[in-house]
Every structure is written in C-alpha cells, then in structure tokens.
Unconditional design. Structure first.
Length: 119
C-alpha cells in the first residue's frame, strides 16, 4: 500500500480518537512511509523464503544459526511503528498521555479566562 493511503488511514484513526492536530502531520507522514517500507520488507522477506533463522558462516568458517537479518529489519520497523503510534495517541498508553495533556491545556485556558473575568 502507498504511503498516501496509510497517511489517510492514520489521520482517520487519529480523528476517531480525537488526537489529531495539524502539527502532527510530519510525524504522520513519517509513520505512513515506515508502513509502506514495512510492506516492501515483508514482501522481500517472503520472496526470499520467509525463514526466521538462517545458517551463517563466519570468517573462520564456523557455521551458526542466526536470526535472519531481513526479519530483524521487519522487527525494527514494527518497533518504530509502535513508537510513532504511541506518540500519536493510537495506543492505549499514548492515548491516555495525550488526553491528559489536552485536558491540562483546556483547563489552563479556562483558568486564564476565569482570571481575566475576575480582573
């Protein structure tokens, strides 16, 4: 899927949970690109056999079983995706953190307005 499609989905999801602000657009674009790259990496991984572990021969000729480097790339992308989703409020912990910040901002604005009325 293209990054632009992911971008629309991410914004739709953020709007659904009321965490979207236009200031987050660059992070949304970055996340969408990571999703697109993940799709490509998964396709390459599957086309290469989809093996999670492979046999590796080191410099001295010893054979070892290691985690497939292609799969490690996928895992790293998934970790980045989770981190971005958390920052954008699309995970339970991220949502709670953002909503608490929004509440504090709203409360502060209300307090300012009340103080202005008192004066």
């Amino acid at each position: 899927m293209k990054a632009a499609t992911y971008e629309k989905r991410i914004i739709k999801n953020m709007n659904a949970v009321k965490t979207y602000k236009k200031e987050f657009l660059q992070a949304v674009k970055t996340l969408a690109k990571i999703y697109e790259d993940l799709d490509r990496a998964r396709e390459q991984f599957e086309n290469a056999g989809g093996e999670y572990v492979i046999e590796y021969t080191n410099k001295s000729g010893t054979k070892n079983i290691i985690k497939n480097p292609m799969y490690r790339v996928i895992e790293e992308m998934e970790e980045k995706i989770l981190a971005y989703n958390r920052e954008l409020g699309l995970t339970p912990s991220g949502y709670k953190r953002i909503m608490n910040k929004f509440e504090k901002e709203k409360h502060s604005e209300l307090a300012e307005a009340l103080k202005a009325i008192e004066s």
